[in-house]
Structures are given as C-alpha cells and as structure tokens.
Design a protein around this ligand. Structure first.
Ligand code: F0G
Length: 477
C-alpha cells in the first residue's frame, strides 16, 4: 500500500510496554549533583525519555521475540547461525560471514589483522570505537569529511561523503602500501548521522581500486543510508531499498556492522567479506576471545533476532517513518528557535549548543551544560558531542576546545511515539525562555582517556579555590 497521507504514522502497534521513569525536579537536582553532572552516571530508571543512544535500545518485533524462543543454542553448527549467515550473505553478497558480539569486536578483529605500526586507515569519519581500535593496533586513523559537513546551518543532501580530493592527496603523499583499508561509515555517525551518496561510494571504490586499497563499509545504519539515497539521489527514487543497499555493498570489499542499530537487536554484529585469507585469520581471533565461528560471542537466539531484524529494517514504510520522525523533531525544534544541524540525520537530531548558548565559553562545556539542563528541566537524556567527548588536551592537561559543541538526541528505533517527541520539544521551548540563565560547567576530575564517560563536573558558580587546586594537581599527575 502506497502511503500518500501528510501524517506519517508509526507503522506498528504496541504489544508490550514498559513504564517511564517519572521524577520531580527537586529529585533531579539531587541526582545531577550525585552524578557529578555526568549523565552517564544516572540510573536509567530515573530517566523519562532516554535519547542517549539508538544503539541496542530498539524495540524488537513480535517476530523477533518469536525468534528468541526458537533460537538454537548448539555450540557448533546451530541452525540460527545458518539463518543469520544466509540473511547477511543475501543482503551483502559477501561469502565469509563472521558473527561477533557487537561492532567494536568486529573492529578489534579486523584491525588486529590488517592494522599495526606504520599503517594508516582512511575514512569519511571513524566512529570513536573504530578510531580507538585502529589506534590500539598501533596504526593511525585519518578522517576526510567534506567541508559542508561542518556548516551546520546549510542544507546539503550528502554531508556524510568523503572528500575524495583530500583522500587521494593523502594516499599519494603517504603511499598506498601503508593504507590497509578505507572505511566508509554509512551513515556518518560522528558528523550528525549524515548519509553518503551512491555516487561518492562509487567514486571511492574507483579511487580505492586505482591504488589497490580494500574498501570496507562500517554499515551500522546501512538501511537509513539506503533510504536517504532513494529520497535524495538522482536515479534511485523508484529502486527498492533492498537493491540500493545491495548496490552499496557491491561497491565495497567487505563490511563491519554493529547490529545494535539497523538490525533492531539489543546485541550483536558481524564482519562480512570475500577475502578468504583475512576471514581465516579473523575466525582464529574470534575463537580466541569471542567464541566458536558459528556463534561469535552471541547466543543462538541473538543470531535469530538479528536475522529477522535485518529483513524488517528494509521495509520502506518503516524507513519512511524513521527518517520522518527525525525530521519532525528537527523541524519542531527549529520552529522554537532551537538551532539544530540541518538536514537532520537518520538516527537523531543534533542540537547546536554553541549557537543556542553563545554566552557559555567552549571551555565551560556548553553542550554538556545544555544536556544537564535538559535532564533537570524534563528528565530527558541526550549526549554531549563536543570538547568532553573528543577529549583533546594540551601538554599541560588543559582541554582544547572542540570545533563543535552539539547535543545528540538519538532516537531509539520503534520505542517512542509522537507525543514523547512533542514533550521533548516543549521542554526545549521552556529552556529557550531561560537560556541566558544557563551557566557553564567546570571540571572536578577528568581521566585522560574516554573522558566523557567518567568525567566529574560541577556548575561554574559552585567553583571554589580548593576545587581548582585539586584539578591542577590531578592533571599534573
Ligand atoms: N560504528 C558506528 C558507526 C557506530 O555508531 C558504533 C556505535 C560502532 C561502530 C560500534 O558499535 O557499540 O556495537 O560496539 N555507536 C553507538 C552510538 C555506541 O551511540 O552511536 P558497538
């Protein structure tokens, strides 16, 4: 059935529900203080609307829950593995299908094989765990985003593209032998969940072929990317999304997927490729730390749920609703003069805190300050994408301001309805009225790696001399 109504409805009905975590403002004030103004430290039951991530937070379908019951838990040769293998190889066209427990396990395995000292991995943008795993292998990670990706107010259809000229210049300078792989992240999570065009993917394939560099997709949100291609790229408007997805995979030599996103699974992932030599090495590493090659750290029931989810995500009515849900949130925020990155990405909306709170200096963490106020005002949890998340420091341990201060409102799949979204917008409208009163934050304690997960902060007006001394002492350790 073609859906031509203006109102895009949730294409599901709800069979099973969970209560939301209602709290009073007074309680939230205390919770924030106890959590050291770090939203990762708040118990989920104290969150009303949780927009921290779209990863592993999807609502599974009744069919997926049915799959959970029939999951085959045999150690070797489980039928659930073969269902999973068939679905992934039909989807991608790749021959070697290796299950893993989540995306970063795929990254660790791949870069243990092809990374290492002296190697350079290139990408449109590495996601943080991808970069961390490249670097953990001893290699270096280089991003080549297009310029318009940083122009948050300007509409461009494919801000997730790789800058081909810059990438080719780099390959020529460094020599292709030092580059074991090019990773295209679809959609580009680190830069607003923006899509990559088919044209850019094909040109990347040509560039990689010219220099004999294998091309891999980080395809956590491949279906959202494929749907953007259908909506925005010439020549694709009538092509089924399944075929568009296949064309994307055909451009590459392999893929890594966190199935916690576009497979509606709460856990899981895979590496898929045609290179039998790499696959053999990957399976050896898999057995060492993940599990036997027909379960890779997952239960049979998880494999079954992933196999079913990978089919469901390609339903175009679902994808239409999914992309429109992010657009609805973005447009409603814009109407209330809340600056957001445009166009919105597939899996969420990114609020430009630097623009919303221009009175807060970068080193007083405006995006974190906004995320904290959002929780205080309405029990909503988003995540800072800014100076704390990027965590760059100078030699004295002082933070270097990031070139963006965003709050990501990631939308879990099939979880919240339009009234939840309307509530989020209402809370933002309230914040907009008193935005001048919102103050920045300062560091109490900041560990050197993956700072944002464990950093301790406090409001700037609570700063005491002792606090500053403590910070200095810690940073100089
Ligand atoms: N690649 C991309 C593009 C991702 O967004 C993520 C995770 C991973 C790889 C790693 O996968 O979590 O299964 O190990 N992104 C989550 C997020 C954490 O909130 O965006 P994982």
């Amino acid at each position: 059935m073609q859906w031509n109504w203006k109102t895009i409805i949730e294409p599901f009905k709800i069979k099973s529900v969970e209560p939301l975590g209602f709290t009073e403002r007074e309680e939230r004030l205390k919770i924030l203080e106890q959590a050291h103004y770090n939203l990762f430290n708040i118990k989920a039951e104290k969150i009303l609307i949780d927009l921290l991530t779209d990863s592993g937070t999807s609502a599974m379908s009744a069919r997926q829950w049915g799959g959970i019951m029939v999951g085959d838990e045999s150690y070797a040769g489980a039928s659930s593995y073969y269902n999973f293998e068939n679905v992934v190889s039909d989807l991608t066209g790749y021959k070697e299908i290796i299950p893993v427990h989540q995306g970063r396990a795929a990254e660790r395995i791949l870069f243990s094989i092809i990374g290492g000292k002296g190697k350079r991995v290139i990408s449109n943008s590495h996601f943080d765990t991808t970069r961390a795993n490249v670097e953990a292998s001893g290699a270096e990670a280089f991003d080549f985003p297009v310029k318009e990706a940083f122009d948050f107010d300007r509409y461009a259809p494919f801000k997730g593209n790789i800058n081909l000229e810059a990438a080719e210049k780099f390959i020529k300078e460094k020599g292709s032998r030092s580059i074991p792989v090019c990773i295209m992240t679809v959609t580009n999570n680190s830069l607003g969940g923006q899509p990559v065009s088919m044209e850019n993917l094909k040109q990347t394939r040509n560039l990689c072929r010219k220099y004999r560099i294998p091309l891999f997709l980080d395809c956590a949100r491949f279906a959202e990317n494929a749907y953007f291609i259908k909506m925005r790229e010439k020549g694709y408007s009538t092509m089924p999304v399944t075929e568009i997805a296949r064309e994307m995979f055909d451009c590459a030599d392999g893929a890594m997927m966190s199935c916690k996103k576009d497979a509606f699974a709460n856990i899981g992932g895979f590496i898929a490729m045609n290179n039998a030599g790499w696959a053999q090495k990957a399976r050896q590493l898999l057995i060492l730390t993940e599990g036997f090659q027909t379960y890779g750290g997952l239960a049979g029931r998880d494999l079954e749920a992933i196999a079913i989810g990978l089919g469901e995500v390609l339903d175009e009515k679902y994808l239409q609703y999914r992309i429109r849900a992010a657009q609805y949130l973005a447009n409603s925020l814009l109407k209330n003069r809340i600056p957001v990155v445009v166009p919105p990405g597939g899996h969420g909306v990114y609020v430009n805190a630097k623009k919303f709170l221009p009175h807060i200096k970068s080193l007083q963490f405006p995006a974190q300050a906004l995320a904290v106020e959002l929780y205080l005002e309405g029990g909503i949890r988003g995540v800072e994408i800014g100076t704390l998340m990027f965590g760059k420091r100078d030699s004295a341990g002082n933070f270097i301001p990031a070139n963006m201060e965003l709050v990501r409102l990631a939308i879990p799949r099939r979880v919240y309805t339009q009234s939840h979204v309307d509530y989020v917008v209402e809370v933002f409208a309230e914040l907009a009225k008193r935005k001048k009163s919102i103050k920045g934050l300062e560091i109490v304690e900041a560990p050197p790696v993956l700072t944002h997960f464990t950093v301790k902060l406090r409001p700037i007006n609570a700063a005491g001399v002792g606090g500053r001394r403590k910070l200095k002492a810690e940073l100089s350790d």
